[in-house]
Design a protein. Structure first.
Length: 386
């Protein structure tokens, strides 16, 4: 039985030569008041919020001015309390290993009616069918790495419900869409199974760590003295966190093994391992066309009298298999001319470049580089079938 809460473009390849707040959308009262205090005089929304807003969206004639009917006036005068499943609206980001926690947010609210969804109730007027990008409320939950999977499973968005106290605002038009704003006085998101509150706008805001940057251009994720994470999204909306973990080899002092990883939810997978024996080594990533990711590993940076070298790997997201696959790989120096697919996001790898898709052996010679190529994966499945 449900429990109530207890209260950031295509990149031209440059070789290896380069070196919580609550937003103004909330009109919450003083935070000394808890959610229950704010909601005590509110009227529960009967049915759906779209049915409730219907009198406010009726036009008198052909004009834009809404009718000031008696029912519309009554709806405007009241403060309302709405309780809804939050799975469609709450975003629980991937586990951030550097900060050790999950970023939970309510990016915005828009309720639609009709097959085409042209009548809308939203927290702000839409512009070309989009809401402002600011989150309504956000909070960072610190979770130890050993508890990350359990925490994510326990707080699956399907188990969350949202309660909000609001009043109706102005009618807006963004042809062919027409809607009305709601002014949020307080909002709370809680877990129906545990009663834990994940978001509450009436609580004093806590300091949130800066979010990982969204991958829009080439970004260095790792070098021996630095490490960072980045968010990367596929065209179908899958959001992943790219990070690097580094291991040292006991039998080879001075050799590091940086491994590019991808995290969805709380699951972290290794993608590619490299061997870094030079202190100038670095690992960078860049978006490279639709659902493609370019991984640039500089094993040695050039300097006067020394040639730099490295490896460039092209990864492709395959939606049907929910996985990133290596589709091409090139190794060379800053004096070599890389293939066209390295320099041009619109160029496709040649069959020859596709055949050279297995990165060199990593720290463990018995461990294959991840992810496998598509051809290798198919052979593996065929062998298992036999």
């Amino acid at each position: 039985m449900p429990r109530s809460p207890q209260i950031q473009v295509p990149v031209a390849f440059s070789g290896f030569s380069c070196c919580l707040a609550l937003t103004t959308l909330l009109t919450a009262p003083a935070q000394a008041q808890g959610f229950s205090e704010v909601a005590k005089d509110a009227t529960e929304v009967p049915g759906t919020v779209m049915n409730l807003a219907s009198p406010l969206l009726i036009r008198c004639r052909a004009g834009e001015t809404p009718c000031a009917s008696e029912s519309a006036t009554k709806v405007r005068e009241k403060t309302w309390l709405l309780t809804i499943p939050a799975g469609r609206y709450v975003r629980v980001g991937p586990y951030e290993s550097l900060e050790e926690g999950f970023r939970v947010s309510l990016p915005g609210l828009a309720f639609r009616r009709g097959r085409q969804g042209l009548k809308i109730v939203s927290i702000a007027p839409m512009v070309q069918g989009r809401l402002p990008p600011l989150p309504l409320v956000a909070q960072f939950h610190r979770v130890e790495p050993s508890r990350a999977r359990a925490w994510r499973a326990r707080n699956n968005p399907s188990r969350l419900r949202a309660r909000m106290v609001f009043t109706f605002g102005d009618v807006w038009s963004d042809e062919p869409r027409r809607g009305i704003t709601i002014h949020i006085k307080a909002v709370q998101v809680y877990n129906t199974s545990t009663g834990d509150v994940l978001l509450d706008s009436t609580r004093a805001p806590t300091a949130m760590p800066d979010p990982p940057p969204r991958l829009s251009e080439r970004l260095r994720l790792w070098e021996p003295s630095m490490m960072r994470e980045a968010l990367w999204a596929t065209t179908d909306g899958r959001e992943m966190l790219l990070s690097v973990q580094t291991n040292a080899l006991h039998n080879e002092p001075g050799l590091l093994v940086p491994t590019l990883c991808v995290t969805e939810g709380a699951r972290r997978k290794e993608l590619i391992r490299f061997r870094a024996g030079d202190r100038s080594a670095s690992l960078a990533v860049a978006p490279h066309g639709a659902n493609r990711l370019l991984v640039i590993f500089t094993s040695r940076r050039p300097r006067p009298g020394r040639v730099g070298n490295g490896v460039v790997t092209l990864l492709q997201w395959i939606k049907s298999q929910n996985q990133l696959f290596i589709v091409a790989r090139w190794e060379g120096t800053n004096r070599d001319t890389p293939p066209e697919w390295v320099r041009d996001p619109n160029a496709l790898p040649t069959p020859q470049s596709r055949s050279n898709t297995k990165p060199k052996a990593s720290a463990n010679p018995n461990a294959g580089a991840k992810p496998k190529t598509r051809a290798t994966s198919k052979r593996s499945r065929s062998n298992r079938a036999r």
